[in-house]
Design a protein around this ligand. Structure first.
Ligand code: DNO
Ligand code: MN
Length: 360
């Protein structure tokens, strides 16, 4: 397990590279060019800027999250070929600075979605929260209207420029079914994976978060069966999954330990975090500690350990602690605590295995 830490870039993150390098065992950053619109080719000078910053801090930049997929690709429009071409050019450029994994997602319109970014937990910390009933019962067009009237309703992944086009995007997805989305993902993968392989970069899809359809938009990377189906589209080690225990864990039917065992050769990148799921389907992000949430973090780390996981891992999100002001889910403290918990488990499993071997 190689530990990495998401960093949103100079001036765009409250956490500094100097802080990141002091977290035990963190070797690299997970980065992106957040100001480049989805579908554009990444400019080399901006890539080199991040490389210089990472080099100076002694951190590698082997993991990119995300190179976002243009909506026209997900919609299967004729213009997709242009955006796929740009994606290939970006892959070639990222290879030049030593990138080995590119995380992306295939969620229509929205990335991760929450209804409250600062919901208070019992201990007074706050965390990202999802109120299922509120999203299930909402008419998307009505929602856009409400947001336009009250801008504080905004949610993560709802960049202002995206919001302006939201109504148009909902229109574009009318009649787009799960089958269409599968076809469009297959078209994308068949184009992209050979290029990624040629450049020795693994592309790793992030599961949908939450792992069910929202606002009538289809979502397909939601379960073990669907991840299996995705991996079978192009059978290559370069076509992989970013196994996110928090996203998949929002559905208690998802057995993440079983997924790690089944997909072990196809997981170049792990997101390890806990969520507490309530009976009504609501969920809140908790500390990484197993007993604090509904996800078996101990079992998950054991599964990675026992399958000889050599990929990259990050703690994904954390709570907001000790008055920290930060990007929602991306503070320093709780993610650093989470990392130490993950290392603690990992080292204990390693020691246990060594002892067992010595006895044999
Ligand atoms: C959720 C987070 C996401 C993720 C993107 C990947 O669990 O990890 O924000 O970064 O969906 O494209
Ligand atoms: Mn994740």
């Amino acid at each position: 397990m190689k530990m990495v830490f998401r960093w949103f870039g100079e001036g765009n993150d409250t956490v500094s590279l100097d802080q990141i390098r002091q977290i035990p065992g963190v070797e690299g950053i997970v980065w992106s060019l957040h100001d480049v619109p989805a579908g554009d080719e990444w400019p080399m000078d901006k890539i080199m800027e991040v490389k210089a910053q990472a080099d100076k801090a002694g951190l590698h930049l082997k993991v990119v999250e995300s190179v976002n997929v243009h909506e026209d690709i997900k919609l299967g429009l004729p213009s997709r070929d242009l955006y796929i071409d740009n994606y290939k050019k970006t892959i070639a450029k990222l290879a030049q600075v030593g990138v080995k994994v590119i995380c992306y997602n295939f969620m229509p319109v929205f990335d991760w979605l929450r209804t409250d970014l600062h919901k208070e937990l019992e201990d007074g910390s706050t965390a990202l929260f999802y109120e299922k009933g509120r999203i299930d019962n909402i008419d998307p067009y009505e929602l856009v209207k409400q947001i336009n009237e009250n801008s504080s309703l905004t949610m993560p992944g709802w960049e202002p420029e995206r919001l302006q086009h939201l109504t148009k995007l909902f229109d574009a997805y009318q009649g787009v079914t799960e089958e269409h989305l599968w076809e469009n993902l297959a078209y994308f993968l068949k184009e992209i994976v050979p290029v990624a392989a040629e450049h020795d970069i693994k592309i790793a899809i992030h599961p949908d978060d939450p792992p069910w359809p929202i606002f009538g938009l289809p979502r397909i990377i939601t379960s073990r069966d669907n991840i299996r189906k995705m991996l079978a589209i192009v059978e290559s080690p370069y076509n992989g999954v970013t196994l996110c225990s928090g996203s998949l864990g929002a559905n208690p039917n998802n057995d993440i330990v079983a997924m790690i065992h089944e997909f072990k050769d196809r997981i170049p990148f792990a997101h390890i975090r806990n969520v507490r799921v309530y009976d009504n389907g609501d969920f809140i992000e908790t500390s990484h500690r197993t007993q604090d949430g509904s996800v078996d973090i101990t079992g998950i780390v054991q599964a990675y350990h026992d399958t000889g996981f050599e990929g990259f891992a990050r703690p994904d999100h954390g709570r907001h602690l000790w008055g920290e002001k930060c990007r929602p889910g991306y503070g320093l403290y709780d993610r650093a605590l989470g990392i130490m918990y993950l290392w603690g488990l990992w080292d204990a499993f390693s020691r246990q295995a060594e002892r067992k071997e010595a006895r044999a």
